[in-house]
Write a protein that binds this ligand. Structure first.
Ligand code: NDP
Length: 299
């Protein structure tokens, strides 16, 4: 049995960050434009703090400006909306990211809808969702599925006519992933917890994207031989072999089972994960170009 090609998302993301940095340097030289990303963190969730720190560091590394706004957990809706309004009006800020999850007292939908769609580098604003589904060229698409699509295209080349199965229908991964694959002329199935005979649906897919949040749910015999398997899932499980109380990350796909059947597959960690921030930087660069009225580089 031959083994699948392991898709190295870490290396791909590093290359993408370099391309973003080169494009940012050129924008600065030619147009005096420094793309700026504002990240808003409310509260002290440790995982969110790590994400925000990484986003800030990688933004600066790419030669762009990073603005971090850390607000206390008790921040009210009005105060957060006022900050978003200030960032919307700030010409040095081209991208705004409000780190989720937000504390309970805040209406997340209202905050996301308050971000200027032109600065919505997360692609969560309803205007951008509509643009994505209607195929508008200037749609700002969510970062994780954009990263998945890049990996799929790198692995397979032309996607036209391929059967794609997206497992999971969240607004941040599953649905935009389906829209992006549809735009590439795939025949797309969007599966979820009420899908009947998930295994059979998966077995038909040339491209299988798993975004469920259920550890190793997709078994090797659910995978069509030669398929491209993209595992978005991040699940932390106990790892007693590493010591008492230790954990490790696994995806939504049973990697050991799938790697002998698939044509290409992303590992967890080191697959989709690193692509998200790299795509956020890319979205910020593109948003800055649109706002300045200069052509966005093809990266
Ligand atoms: P959500 O919980 O929002 O959505 C999960 C989806 O999976 C839902 O549509 C749900 O169906 C479906 N689902 C759940 N259980 C089953 C089941 N047993 N059979 C079939 N479908 C099922 O998750 P997210 O989309 O936010 O995230 C998915 C995974 O991706 C998580 O592990 C998350 O950590 C990871 N992730 C990784 C990112 C990265 O950068 N690599 C970024 C974002 C997420 P239904 O709608 O019917 O309830």
């Amino acid at each position: 049995m031959s083994e699948a090609k392991i898709i190295d998302g870490k290396a791909f993301a590093a290359g993408l960050r370099l391309r973003v940095a080169a494009a940012a340097a050129e924008l600065k030289t030619r147009h005096g434009l420094v793309p700026g990303l504002a990240v808003v963190l409310v509260g002290d969730d440790p995982a969110s703090q790590v994400y925000v720190r990484n986003k800030g560091a990688q933004t600066v590394e790419a030669g762009m400006a990073s603005f971090e706004h850390k607000l206390p957990a008790a921040t009210g809706q009005a105060e957060l909306l006022a900050l978003v309004a200030r960032l919307n009006a700030d010409p040095a800020v081209h991208g705004i990211l409000v780190q989720l999850p937000l504390p309970r007292q805040i209406d997340t939908e209202a905050v996301l809808a308050a971000v200027d769609p032109a600065k919505d580098v997360d692609g969560f604003h309803p205007v951008n969702t509509g643009k994505l589904w209607s195929g508008a060229a200037d749609a700002m698409a969510p970062c994780t599925p954009v990263g998945c699509l890049m990996l799929i295209k790198d692995a397979l080349g032309e996607l036209k006519g391929k059967r794609a199965l997206v497992l999971g229908r969240s607004n941040i991964v599953g649905k935009p992933m389906a829209a992006l694959l549809l735009a590439e002329h795939c025949t797309v199935t969007l599966a979820h917890s009420r899908t009947v005979d998930l295994a059979a649906e998966c077995r038909r897919a040339d491209i299988l994207v798993a975004a469920v949040g259920r550890e190793r749910m997709v078994k090797g015999d659910w995978v069509k031989p030669g398929a491209c398997v993209i595992d978005v899932g991040i699940n932390r499980i106990p790892a007693p072999e590493k010591g008492e109380g230790k954990t490790r990350l696994v995806g939504d796909v049973d990697f050991e089972g799938a790697v002998t059947v698939a044509g290409s597959i992303t590992p967890v960690p080191g697959g989709v994960g690193p692509m998200t921030i790299a795509c956020l930087l890319r979205n910020t660069l593109i948003a800055a170009c649109h706002q300045k009225g200069v052509a966005a580089p093809a990266i």
